[in-house]
Ligand binder design. Structure first.
Ligand code: URP
Ligand code: ZN
Ligand code: ZN
Ligand code: ZN
Length: 459
């Protein structure tokens, strides 16, 4: 099986040049000008198009039991949605209940993806309990190729860990050389603020943000960095929403703490007014940490352009408006948290980042693909256009105009947080290890093409 992508403008995290790319089997085998087409090769004319490495979303939830319900997508629907959007690899958070066995949870989560996922996939292992015997189980999971952990410093009484557990998790991570991704919020403050708001009759979705103010998140980041400093572990603050939180990370980095910062596409494109929409519609925009002000959004774009924020993920956590978000009518603390966006991340980042000149094309590729590959042990198999890299390629039409709608999206949710939004740019052709999986905005692949990406510790 060979594929020749001819005459595209190849854009990576650092390069920008015109070339042909030859893929044989699952791999890129040649890059050059006027490459000969092998017999029977599929030839794709990429003239006038960009050719970029397959995008990587390092923070998604697909199988997610959460707040008494389950997220709506499975690996088939989420994988199709990812691919038509240009994302060829997903990293999912394994989120076991505190009483679940970690190895069994790993098998359960992985089993949901195996033979169903059309895109490649791997996991961050959620540590939701660290008791006697836990270390050996996590060692085994890391040895099996899951070279990153996830901890929650939030969701008191559910997924959150104690400080003792956090310390032991980071200690083990430092020993094993795995990076720890962390949801950073001070869970005690969240619980207290929620109770005060509810007691004052402030029960609507617009009170979600005031229950988790920016300082609560910055405090979580600060807390994480203290533990990282004392253990020497590498850490990654997920879904960072504001200046104070980013600055807490940067201050720690200045003292030598190995910390990286992720933001997610909802924070770059939405603001607090969405959760204030009347008739409970604000619930569509409830995620944690909350969507912030326009000023915070502008700061995040600057931090992204500067590289202080390394990656743009989604935190895809899809819950229906009808039946699921509605569980929190009359009590915002019961609204399932999350905004579906695995399908729209790349085009929203292009439309709101590259088109208005907030970020360069190279930084776009870096933030949406290469940085995640480097941080999570996938580079240069993923996140690169090099001879020997996986043939995960996106042929991007920079001029295409489209409209986002729940009517047409492939995600399973009954709403889009971006309904009616105009977007520029589209993935015209998407390949996963040499196989064409999307064409002209349509999924043309098969379920189960995706493969588990075993990773080695790199920190
Ligand atoms: O609101 C969010 N973020 N939902 C998913 C769970 C998490 O905290 O990542
Ligand atoms: Zn989170
Ligand atoms: Zn998440
Ligand atoms: Zn296949």
């Amino acid at each position: 099986m060979s594929l020749l992508i001819k005459g595209g403008r190849v854009v990576t995290d650092t390069e920008d040049y015109t070339a042909d790319i030859l893929c044989e089997g699952e791999t890129i085998t040649a890059i050059g000008s006027q490459l000969d087409s092998p017999a029977h090769a599929t030839v794709i004319d990429a003239g006038g198009k960009l050719v970029m490495p397959g995008f990587i979303d390092p923070h998604v939830h697909i199988y997610l039991p959460f707040m008494g319900t389950y997220a709506k997508d499975d690996w088939d629907s989420a994988g199709r949605a990812a691919i038509v959007g240009g994302t060829t690899s997903l990293i999912e958070m394994i989120c076991p209940a505190a009483n679940e066995d970690p190895w069994e949870a790993y098998q359960l989560w992985r089993g949901k993806a195996e033979s169903l996922a059309p895109c490649d996939f791997t996991f961050h292992m959620g540590v939701t309990r660290f008791d006697d015997g836990a270390a050996d189980k996590f060692r085994r999971i890391v040895a099996d190729g899951v070279a990153s952990f996830k901890v929650f410093l939030a969701y008191k009484g559910a997924l959150g860990v104690s400080d003792e557990e956090l310390f032991k998790t980071l200690e083990l991570a430092a020993e094993l050389g795995v990076i720890v991704t962390a949801h950073c919020e001070n869970e005690t403050l969240v619980a207290e603020l929620q109770q005060r708001l509810l007691a004052a009759g402030k029960t609507g979705p617009e009170f979600h943000e005031p229950s988790r103010p920016v300082r609560v998140e910055a405090s979580g980041v600060q807390h994480l960095t203290t533990f990282a400093e004392l253990t020497g572990a590498s850490v990654y603050a997920v879904h960072t929403s504001n200046r104070a939180a980013v600055e807490a990370a940067l201050a720690a980095r200045g003292r030598g703490v190995k910390i990286w910062v992720e933001t997610v596409i909802p924070y770059l494109t939405l603001d607090e007014s969405y959760a204030q929409r009347p008739d409970f519609e604000g619930a569509k925009y409830v995620m944690s940490p909350p969507i912030r002000t326009k000023a915070e959004q502008e700061y995040l774009w600057q931090a992204l352009a500067a590289g202080d924020v390394s990656t743009v993920a989604t935190d895809h956590a899809p819950f229906d408006f009808q039946g699921q978000k509605e569980m929190g009518r009359g009590d915002f603390t019961k609204i399932p948290n999350g905004i579906p966006s695995v399908e729209e991340r790349v085009k929203l980042l292009y439309t709101h980042g590259v088109v208005p000149g907030r970020i360069t094309l190279n930084r776009f590729v870096d933030a949406a693909s290469t940085q995640a590959a480097k941080l999570f042990g996938l580079y240069p198999q993923k996140g690169a256009i090099k001879v020997g890299s996986d043939a995960d390629l996106v042929v991007w039409d920079p001029e295409h105009r489209g409209t986002i709608s729940a009517e047409t999206h492939l995600m399973q949710t009954d709403y889009s947080g971006f309904e009616g939004w105009q977007v520029q740019g589209r993935a015209e052709v998407v390949t996963v290890r040499g196989k064409v999986m999307a064409q002209s905005g349509k999924f043309v692949g098969e379920p189960g093409h995706g493969r588990f990406l075993a990773r080695k510790p790199t920190h």
